[in-house]
Design a protein around this ligand. Structure first.
Ligand code: HEM
Ligand code: HEM
Ligand code: FE2
Length: 480
């Protein structure tokens, strides 16, 4: 046994050793996401900035692709993190899982380097295969797509075979079924057709059904396990909640897909279906808030890992407001007619991805670092606790500032460009030059710098938290 507080991989099981590799790459890519977001934001303020060297289109693409990839790395890591503990047996096929990690990481690096080196060019079949598929959020070229599918299949095999061999739990069962859907849907984003309506139709399957169905279910599983670990909540309670949340999420999220089919040339019945089902989507998110807050209150917030619990609670609220409330605001077709594709959308996009997903992955970073340091104390009066608290605060202040700034700009666009000027060319430029828009973009940038400062503090905290502690983790036991 090594001393408490010392970073030692002997403290981790096989799956967890792989998990921390995924987490390390995830944090690096999170940093890259922020960097490219700041560059793209600066180009809103100074349109000439880096023009011809690193265009807005490229910065934006790297920004959002890095986000998707780092969150995926975070999720894969989180599943490997809980796999052995939850199933009671070592990960089946771990060697293959490790190999897939390296291939995946290498592929991501090559894809990004190509994005940066080949910023413009003709669009032909070879560009789809080698450079860029041109589908927002999942622009990776075809060769990388295939590589990603192979890696995800290996990951799925690890998870499914391990649960099949070991203990069956509700969390494990839901997770495996969800991963089938998550991996299967990705294939829809690889289908090429020159018909733009059809292309968008399938592309939304990936984007919407990931973030509003399969990813939500995955974070539901992560929350369930996280609450058991930090608070010692009884399994029976979290699993019952998990089933309710999953049923509601799939019930509303699958047909909620229709809110992306309003204006892309798909049949008109989507107005009704999309409007109705997506308006129901906030309901499961309310269930998640009630669940997390109730559990935390019931256990008097006495957790074995305060930063992780704080981020889990932040997830419950962030998911509800960012996805539920901010999504609901523009989901009815009567409203979306005016808000579609404005900064209003970007406001929701930022708040939802941060609130629902970034928060949960950070909670798992904190679970991981605690065990990596030998199960060190991370409850109240933790040495150096100001760092995790300030990182949490700065990331939230920065994100909320960006969200509100974009909402104001988006409101102005909806009003002037759409409602008053009737979506005309002149209307577009009038809206872009209006002080509400311009100042919104300035405040977004200020929020971005605060967010970036929060990230630096978070990274520093993850490197140092628990280092000087000699107390063992506070035990949380299942209470009634
Ligand atoms: C965690 C869950 C969610 C995430 C991460 C998320 C993220 C996003 C993002 C990034 C976009 C912009 C897509 C683009 O580039 O065009 C978007 C669009 C949209 N989202 Fe969400 N969303 C979530 C949940 C929801 C929910 C629950 C609702 C409804 C209640 C909703 C309603 C919408 C609508 C209507 C649009 C289209 C906006 C437009 O017309 O421009 N979203 N979402
Ligand atoms: C330093 C902080 C950040 C800055 C300055 C920033 C800036 C930007 C900018 C300028 C865009 C392009 C918007 C446009 O095309 O009009 C963008 C898009 C986007 N960013 Fe960020 N970003 C930051 C952090 C984040 C974070 C933490 C997330 C989520 C985890 C995120 C998610 C997104 C998404 C989903 C889009 C696409 C939105 C849409 O098309 O509706 N960003 N960001
Ligand atoms: Fe959606």
């Amino acid at each position: 046994m090594t001393a408490l507080g010392k970073l030692d991989s002997a403290n981790l099981n096989g799956g967890q050793k792989l998990a921390v590799k995924y987490f390390t790459v995830a944090i690096a890519l999170f940093g890259a996401q922020i960097l490219f977001g700041l560059l793209a934001g600066l180009q809103y303020l100074y349109p000439d900035f880096l023009f011809g060297i690193l265009d807005f289109s490229v910065n934006r693409m790297v920004h959002i692709n890095a986000m998707v990839v780092w969150l995926l790395f975070g999720f894969l890591g989180s599943v490997y993190w809980l796999l052995e503990d939850e199933s009671g047996v070592p990960v089946v096929g771990l060697g293959l899982g490790n190999l897939a990690f390296w291939i995946f990481t290498l592929a991501v690096v090559v894809v990004v380097v190509v994005y940066l080196l080949v910023q413009t060019g003709v669009g032909e079949q070879s560009s789809i295969w080698l450079i860029n598929e041109g589908r927002e959020y999942i622009e990776a070229p075809r060769w990388a797509d295939i590589g990603i599918v192979v890696c995800v299949l290996v990951f799925f095999y690890n998870a499914a075979a391990t649960f099949a061999k070991g203990r069956y739990t509700g969390i494990g069962g839901v997770l495996v079924l969800d991963l089938i859907a998550l991996a299967g849907i990705y294939l829809a984003g690889m289908y090429y057709t020159p018909n733009i309506s059809m292309d968008q139709h399938w592309w939304w399957w990936v984007i919407h059904l990931w973030v509003e169905a399969t990813w939500e279910v995955l974070v539901g599983c992560l929350m369930a396990y996280g609450l058991i670990k930090t608070l010692g909540v009884r399994r029976k309670i979290v699993e019952t909640w998990l089933y309710i949340e999953v049923a509601l999420m799939f019930g509303s999220g699958i047909l909620g897909l229709g809110h992306h089919y309003f204006w892309i040339g798909t049949p008109e019945y989507w107005f009704t279906i999309g409007g109705f089902f997506s308006a129901l989507e906030p309901i499961p998110l309310v269930a998640m808030v009630v669940h997390a807050v109730f559990d935390a209150g019931h256990h008097k917030l006495k957790s074995s890992n305060n930063p992780a619990l704080a981020w889990i609670i932040a997830q419950a609220f962030g998911n509800f407001f960012g996805a539920g409330v901010w999504g609901f605001m523009h989901t009815l077709p009567q409203i979306n007619l005016y808000t579609h594709g404005t900064q209003w959308t970007a406001s929701h996009g930022h708040f939802a991805f941060f609130g629902a997903y970034v928060t949960m992955v950070i909670a798992y970073f904190y679970l991981a670092i605690q065990k990596w340091r030998g199960g060190v104390y991370m409850s109240g009066n933790l040495i150096g606790a100001w760092k995790w608290k300030w990182a949490l605060a700065l990331l939230h202040i920065g994100m909320l500032m960006m969200t509100m700034a974009m909402l104001i700009s988006g409101y102005e666009q909806s009003q002037i460009e759409r409602a008053i000027e009737g979506s005309s060319w002149v209307g577009y430029f009038t809206a872009q030059a209006h002080p509400w828009f311009v100042q919104g973009m300035q405040w977004r940038q200020i929020g971005g710098w605060i967010f970036a400062a929060g990230f630096v503090l978070l990274a520093w905290d993850l490197l140092t938290i628990g280092k000087r502690e000699t107390r063992p983790a506070q035990i949380t036991t299942a209470a009634e």
